[in-house]
Design a binder for this molecule. Structure first.
Ligand code: COD
Length: 294
């Protein structure tokens, strides 16, 4: 796929869903929701007194569940999904760790027994296809097993979008194994698992690869690395949340990328990127979430 508009088109074919939004007291959140009214019916879980004038300014009409505290709002929004009243959930102004703790709550959270992980979608003018980055938002320092599950979650997302062949680059700073860089070993083991078909048909995973090799055929040729993934990756599997988050934000800001982000692996999709997102980024995140509900 080449553009996020293709993802939006898929989302348009899905039934309209109810989406609980935790602490949506921000014009960028409300404007994003207004853009997405064809896709979702928002339920605003937040401070009614603050929300009403903002909604009027934006021209948004929606149900409000009055909860003043943003962390409490995250818990109430999660409960709306676990009770079946809403189909998916979106983060507004609650900070990410507290929002995710509500999603993971043992009593009423949205756990399934699987690992939950974050995936970012990016349309970058300088790259010839959509690029997904995982996990730049949730699992802080994943071990090999967690990386395997993060990879499987990413594969499920791309399958839902209709990908038959999925090229994944497990990136590191070098292409060789290094005793003090555990991510190089994790990448090599995942590569082996993919080679043996353990990640499913049509999944090509190569690693460790430098980011330049993952996205540039010229770099791969100069460094003499032969792989169908080199220069043509669909998914970048990053070593940890710090490197991934910095990389994704650098691409979004300096690379003028269109982007969106969700957490997958839960009972319902979780719309989550950054609090500083533009309305357009919120809209793309919602579209990605909806497109992954089959
Ligand atoms: N999937 C499923 N269960 C999980 C996951 C996961 N990804 N992470 C934690 N759990 C479960 C654990 O098994 C445990 O039962 C419980 O949740 C608590 O786990 P802890 O002790 O790791 O929990 P926390 O609250 O210390 O951390 C969980 C967070 C998700 C809050 C934490 O990992 C975090 O802050 N992640 C980074 C968020 C962030 O700042 N992102 C960058 C900005 S967008």
């Amino acid at each position: 796929m080449k553009s996020i508009e293709e993802v939006v088109k898929i989302a348009m074919t899905r039934p309209r869903r109810k989406m609980a939004v935790a602490a949506p007291e921000g014009l960028n959140v409300l404007e994003g929701l207004k853009m997405a009214m064809d896709l979702v019916e928002p339920i605003l879980v937040g401070n009614r007194d603050v929300l009403l004038p903002m909604m009027q300014e934006v021209g948004l009409e929606a149900e409000i569940v009055d909860v003043k505290d943003p962390v409490q709002a995250a818990h109430e929004a999660v409960k709306l999904v676990s009770s079946g009243y809403a189909d998916l959930i979106m983060k507004g102004k609650t900070d990410t760790p507290n929002f995710l703790r509500a999603v993971l709550n043992k009593e009423y959270g949205l756990r399934t027994g699987n690992l939950l992980s974050h995936i970012t979608i990016m349309e970058i003018p300088a790259y010839h296809k959509l690029l997904f980055v995982t996990d730049a938002g949730m699992n802080i320092r994943p071990d090999y097993n967690q990386k395997l599950q993060i990879t499987q979650n990413a594969i499920a997302v791309l399958r839902a979008l209709g990908y038959d062949e999925i090229k994944i680059a497990a990136v590191a700073s070098i292409e060789a194994l290094h005793h003090d860089m555990p991510e190089t070993y994790d990448a090599a083991m995942l590569s082996k698992a993919a080679q043996r078909g353990q990640l499913g048909k049509g999944v090509l995973l190569e690693g460790p690869l430098g980011f330049d090799i993952a996205i540039s055929r010229e770099s791969a040729e100069i460094k003499k690395i032969k792989s169908p993934v080199a220069g043509d990756a669909d998914v970048i599997l990053v070593p940890d949340v710090a490197s991934g988050n910095i990389m994704a934000k650098a691409i979004i800001y300096f690379g003028d990328a269109k982007s969106g982000g969700i957490v997958v692996g839960a009972r319902a999709p979780v719309v989550l990127l950054s609090r500083a997102d533009t309305p357009q980024q919120k809209y793309y995140s919602i579209a990605l979430a909806l497109a992954t509900i089959i």
